[in-house]
Unconditional design. Structure first.
Length: 256
């Protein structure tokens, strides 16, 4: 859900008909105004836990889990695109209870994810950006209850100005709707923002919304091959605003 906006470095607030908008001024070489982060697999590695659980369930029934299909249809998007329980029934040829399979996976996921912390570097970069006056958003295909709950778990519930989740847009990634909603809420054009994604679906969604993207694969999305982002980093550990400034020297050039 939207959070109170922060003042933006190099900006001025203008009152217009009772509403407040940000009028941004840039010089060539400045940082973008906002950083937009995916959540699952980028801030927390919930994706590895989810994949491992379904691999174990499939193995218990003597079936190999279709990881390529999982990455293509689910990671960065939604499990509604591919139901692993239904697929297990089909592949195993057994009369398995789909509801029981999902309940077992849900129980295991909650237990394992309760022990997770943030992935290295993600919160450190976000905190540096906030200190520097940049605005911060999460753009996720997961529901608010999931994202907000795990942000509290890792002590980051107050770090982000805006949280956009599946309830906030009509279509999920790889459609651009979630990112377009974030840009609308921030009141910023895409060229003044930078997105961080771990999956092909997420990268495509951000690019379709006009954003430049930093791709950071995790152990799951590494199976998808090279990420087609403008910049690909093996991790966010040690990544600073200076790293991004050097990689995107023209980001934030004067827009009039």
């Amino acid at each position: 859900m939207p959070r109170p906006s922060l003042p933006v470095a190099g900006s001025r607030r203008e009152q217009n008909g009772g509403s407040v908008r940000l009028a941004i001024r840039y010089n060539a070489g400045d940082m973008p105004t906002a950083l937009l982060f995916d959540f699952d697999g980028l801030i927390m590695d919930t994706e590895s836990a989810e994949l491992a659980i379904w691999q174990e369930i499939y193995a218990a029934h003597g079936v190999t889990f279709p990881i390529d299909t999982w990455i293509q249809k689910v990671v960065g998007a939604t499990i509604a695109n591919f139901d692993p329980a239904v697929q297990l029934v089909h592949l195993s040829g057994r009369d398995l209870d789909v509801t029981d399979l999902h309940q077992n996976a849900k129980m295991l996921r909650a237990e394992r994810c309760s022990r997770l912390g943030a992935l290295p570097g993600a919160l450190e970069l976000a905190a540096e950006a906030r200190r520097s006056g940049l605005r911060l958003a999460i753009v996720s295909s997961s529901p608010h209850a999931w994202v907000d709950g795990y942000l509290r778990q890792i002590g980051a519930s107050q770090l982000f100005d805006l949280i956009i989740c599946r309830e906030d847009a009509p279509r999920l990634k790889p459609a651009p709707d979630l990112y377009l909603k974030a840009l609308e809420c921030l009141g910023l054009p895409a060229q003044e923002c930078l997105a961080f994604e771990d999956s092909p679906n997420g990268i495509l969604a951000a690019q379709r919304a006009g954003l430049r993207v930093v791709g950071v694969p995790n152990p799951v999305t590494a199976h998808a091959g090279a990420l087609q982002a403008e910049l690909v980093l093996p991790t966010l550990k040690g990544v600073s605003l200076e790293t991004l400034r050097a990689a995107f020297p023209e980001q934030g050039a004067s827009s009039g």
